[in-house]
Design a protein around this ligand. Structure first.
Ligand code: XIL
Length: 380
């Protein structure tokens, strides 16, 4: 009969086999403990549907929010720069560009193979002071062209998509009175898209705005896109910002807009998703945004923590919204959150300073919230 000592290789083989088996079982049971669906991140949950992204702030980019960065690398496969590519930061003086933080941002995106967004080239807000003094159209056009060509050219082949024009429409769908419209007329929009296409023909080009679920504003976008298309100017996508709340907009309005933009032959991205849980000054009768609500307990109802009942509401709202996104996965290219965790959200400071808001999927301790669980449990 064959004795164990007669066959050392057999013993070794058996030891290794059982060690591997027990390791595999352990891993499997750990996985099952953490996530019964088998999904371990947002990006694995939505991998067959759309990119899932987050906006990064300066702290995350400069390494002082390393826990936030760890979440980004584990959970997301798309990034947007919250502020660092805006005119006032990247091109603050006529003849000087500040590329350092934007370079770090783009390098991060490339290193981790993430879909990297450029936000934003033409926007009336967060511009540079010198632009406001320019009154003649030729000078303004040459500044705009130089701005676009320099930035898009620098990141050619590295920035995958640009929010070319941001927030150019009023709520009724007409063109917003911005410095660009005033000095250049409405051709500034088509020129901007044309200059981006020349500087990086491969980059995806997006028109981005808020409240794009509103029927009148939706019609304004449709008119704007058709105008570009009639002139053979390339536009690839519409970005619906997605600064929403627990009740508004309705799923129906969101869906109608997704369908309307897709009917133009464009992909839709949800570009700045966050869901406020706080009262909105515009909802108060007669409230003006200039009114001072700072320090008002009524306007800041959850200074220490979010009550469980609201946590549940938020989770339900996120779940319904993502069910809708999944239904239209063939039309949606990307869904990006405007921030990583509640502590870093701009909604703690806007539209009223000094409040505690809870609009994202990760809390102030960097832990996933019920809202996170509610969407990773959605099956693809
Ligand atoms: C916001 C940033 O989150 C803030 O940090 C900044 O102070 C103001 O701008 N629409 C946009 C974004 O397109 O660029 C804005 O980002 C939010 C609204």
């Amino acid at each position: 009969m064959l004795k164990k000592s007669d066959c050392p290789f057999l013993s070794l083989f058996l030891i290794c086999f059982f060690a591997l088996l027990s390791n595999a079982c352990k891993e499997k049971s750990e996985q099952q403990e953490t996530d019964p669906t088998g999904h371990h991140s947002l990006k694995s949950t939505f991998t067959d549907a759309f990119y899932i992204g987050a906006a990064l702030n300066k702290k995350t980019l400069e390494g002082t929010d390393s826990l936030g960065l760890a979440i980004v690398l584990k959970e997301f496969n798309a990034i947007s720069p919250e502020n660092e590519m805006k005119w006032m930061h990247i091109h603050p003086k006529k003849d000087s560009f500040h590329f350092a933080v934007a370079d770090t941002y783009v390098a991060l995106g490339k290193k981790h193979n993430m879909h990297t967004l450029g936000h934003t080239l033409v926007w009336h807000s967060q511009t540079a002071e010198y632009l406001k003094e320019i009154r003649d159209s030729a000078t303004m056009a040459s500044h705009l062209e130089n701005h676009i060509t320099t930035i898009v050219g620098r990141y050619r082949g590295k920035v995958d998509a640009w929010d070319v024009v941001n927030e150019a429409l009023n709520e009724d769908g007409t063109l917003r009175e911005t410095i660009f419209l005033e000095v250049l007329g409405e051709s500034y929009i088509e020129n901007a898209f044309t200059w981006v296409a020349l500087a990086d023909p491969e980059a995806e080009m997006i028109y981005n705005d808020y409240n794009l679920w509103k029927p009148e504003k939706r019609d304004g976008v449709v008119r704007l896109v058709r105008r570009l298309q009639a002139k053979n100017i390339k536009i690839d996508g519409v970005g619906m910002q997605g600064h929403w709340n627990l009740n508004e907009p309705s799923l129906e309005d969101i869906e109608n807009s997704i369908l309307a933009y897709n009917n133009l032959g464009l992909k839709v991205s949800i570009t700045e998703l966050d869901i406020t849980v706080l009262p909105n000054p515009w909802d108060l009768e007669g409230a003006e945004i200039s009114q001072n609500f700072e320090g008002s307990a009524f306007m800041n109802p959850y200074p220490d923590q979010l009550p469980d009942s609201v946590q549940v509401q938020l989770a339900r709202r996120y779940k319904e919204i993502f069910q809708l996104f999944l239904k239209h996965r063939d039309k949606i290219k990307r869904v990006t959150f405007w921030g990583v965790h509640d502590g870093g959200s701009w909604l703690n400071g806007w539209p009223i300073k000094g409040r505690s808001n809870y609009p994202l999927l990760f809390d102030r301790d960097y832990l996933p919230k019920q809202a996170y669980d509610s969407i990773v449990s959605l099956t693809n």
